[in-house]
Ligand binder design. Sequence first.
Ligand code: FES
Length: 250
Amino acid sequence: MTLTTETYDELRAIGARYPEARSGLLPMLHLVQSVEGRITPEGIEACAEVLGITAADVSGVATFYTMYKRRPVGDYHVGVCTNTLCAVMGGDQIFSRLKEHLDVGNDETTEDGKVTLEHIECNAACDYAPVMTVNWEFMDNMTPDAAVGLVDALRDGAEVHSTRGPRIVTWREAERVLAGFPDDLADEGPAAGPASLVGLGIARDRGWTAPHPDTDAGSGRTADSKQEAVAQADTGRAETETKQEEGSDD
Ligand code: FES
């Protein structure tokens, strides 16, 4: 497939968002994936040409991050977290069941080209373990049966929603969003689920606030007053030690 002038224009537009165009390489690679379905040699050459760097520079980045794929990805990238917490909560069983059900191994795509299965590392969603993702949208509190139902629905073309709300789009469409071209679905569903907000509720109940650069953590003390408090504590400790030494001399 040949990249069109429109894609080249969009690659340049991404670079133009940054003071240093090279900072746009990551979203540029996502755009390549949205067009080509993977990182192709042509896509690498295009990024290099637009940024005025070598193909080796681009390739070094594309091969470092696991979100960039050298092999074609199916319509739906299905990730199963098998990191520590999700694993013990059932992630390993989910991954085994899906491998068997889909008849694929890790990082492989079903024969119909619909689903690519991959075991993924912690997605910082441990409060909903075991967690899966579909095109990087969360599927929380999964079970092996729910996982099978999910991939069957995706392969059947049913409308599927993340457990947090947003409609699941295709992998290429999701890659375009990661390239910085919004699909206006970001506001579907809540920004964070209840389990993720428990700590915030506790903090509000107790009047805790985030640290301010010029004050002590949430206490309202200034950096100077904190230094004074530390100095007073040191003085008190020295006095106590002196008294203890005097006592031991007796
Ligand atoms: S261990 Fe699975 S999201 Fe953290």
